[in-house]
Design a protein around this ligand. Structure first.
Ligand code: SAM
Ligand code: DTB
Ligand code: SF4
Length: 325
């Protein structure tokens, strides 16, 4: 099913129990329902970004508490990757606060990717907009995933970002796909968007051909000093509904419960897993803001009977035992 906006709108209208039942049924058809993929993030270049994304702590245009840091040394990145591997992560995602990488920077990042891959981790990078040929360089380095979010609906995007466009984001996603790199693409909820925007946003993601292998759903982390710092918190039930709709609309994608978990009680995270989320960021820091401690997540997994997905069990699997359970 490649749902259109009317079908996605109808899913949002379902009674909550019916929606969760449908999402959980779809989830069980394609995945082990108790397995969660673990990715660890590292900000390899922090702050001082030319762009004006209204949610972001790293824009040079806003006065936030973030200390700018130049591109990290390869050895420092490798040390962080080894520690992520030791703690049980299977994917390591390197994020840079750039509009897009300069050639010299990309050459260094490709070396980082090669070195992290050698440790046996899957690699992901999020470096901003890519120019012609840059996705191919990343593919040659063996990059597994490129994270580049659409973030919200096309209509709402222009309220949030003014220095690049929704179409610029789609162009980079096309380059990533053409280079044969897997796509990690999702967005942020709670940026003052309407239900209609959430419907359009999920429809845009599901219309990518093929849909993204990985779909991060972030809850806005309110950063003092950014234009969105005072946005009212999104109703948690609406957040869970959106996770469930993403699961149904993209049945074989990993849906990642991403930023915002630090502010979510266990029972809200449990509802998100029930709604079909099957991936998290794991490790005590996101890019510039805190994430739950690994030990806290281990306790949550034990409480819920969840287990970490081992490396290489990449992509959706049809687990018939799970289906008939
Ligand atoms: N500069 C690159 C870019 O914009 O694609 C990569 C890094 S950027 C920080 C990656 C993603 O982090 C954004 O697209 C957004 O979805 C997410 N993000 C950034 N700040 C956030 C916040 N305050 N709350 C939730 N998600 C956030
Ligand atoms: C994504 O969708 N979420 C991550 C990752 N991709 C790069 C980033 C979340 C950032 C949260 C705010 C911060 O720590 O600065
Ligand atoms: Fe932040 Fe990325 Fe936007 Fe720069 S391009 S302000 S790092 S979200």
């Amino acid at each position: 099913m490649r749902p259109d906006t009317a079908e996605i709108a109808a899913l949002f209208e379902l009674p909550f129990n019916d929606l969760i039942y449908r999402a959980q049924s779809v989830h069980r058809r394609h995945f082990d329902p108790n397995a969660v993929q673990l990715s660890t993030l590292l900000s390899i270049k922090t702050g001082g970004c030319s762009e004006d994304c209204g949610y972001c702590s790293q824009s040079a245009r806003f006065h936030t508490d973030v200390q700018s840091q130049p591109l990290m040394l390869r050895e420092e990145v490798l040390a962080a990757a080894r520690s992520a591997l030791d703690r049980g992560a299977t994917r390591f995602c390197m994020g840079a606060a750039w509009r897009g990488p300069k050639e010299k920077d990309l050459a260094e990042v490709t070396e980082m990717i090669r070195a992290v891959k050698e440790l046996g981790l899957e690699t992901c990078a999020t470096l901003g907009l890519l120019r012609e040929g840059q996705a191919d360089q990343l593919a040659q380095a063996g990059l597994d995933y490129y994270n580049h979010n659409l973030d919200t609906s096309r209509a709402h995007y222009d309220n949030i970002v003014h220095t690049h466009s929704f179409d610029n984001r789609l162009e980079t996603l096309n380059k990533v796909r053409s280079a044969g790199i897997k796509v990690c693409c999702g967005g942020i909820l709670g940026m003052g968007e309407s239900r209609g925007d959430r419907i359009e946003f999920i429809a845009e993601l599901a219309a990518l051909d093929p849909p993204p292998e990985s779909v991060p759903i972030n809850l806005l982390v309110h950063i003092p000093g950014t234009p969105l710092s005072d946005k009212p918190r999104l109703d948690p039930i609406e957040f869970v509904r959106t996770v469930a709709v993403a699961r149904i609309a993209m049945p074989t994608s990993f849906v990642r419960l991403s930023a915002g978990r630090s502010s979510m009680p266990d029972h809200l995270q449990a509802l998100c897993f029930l709604a079909g989320a099957n991936s998290i960021f794991y490790g005590d820091k996101l890019l510039t803001t805190p994430n739950p401690e690994s030990n806290t997540d281990k306790k949550l997994f034990a409480k819920l009977g969840l287990h970490a997905l081992p490396a290489a069990s990449d992509g959706a699997t049809t687990d018939h035992r799970a289906e008939s359970a």
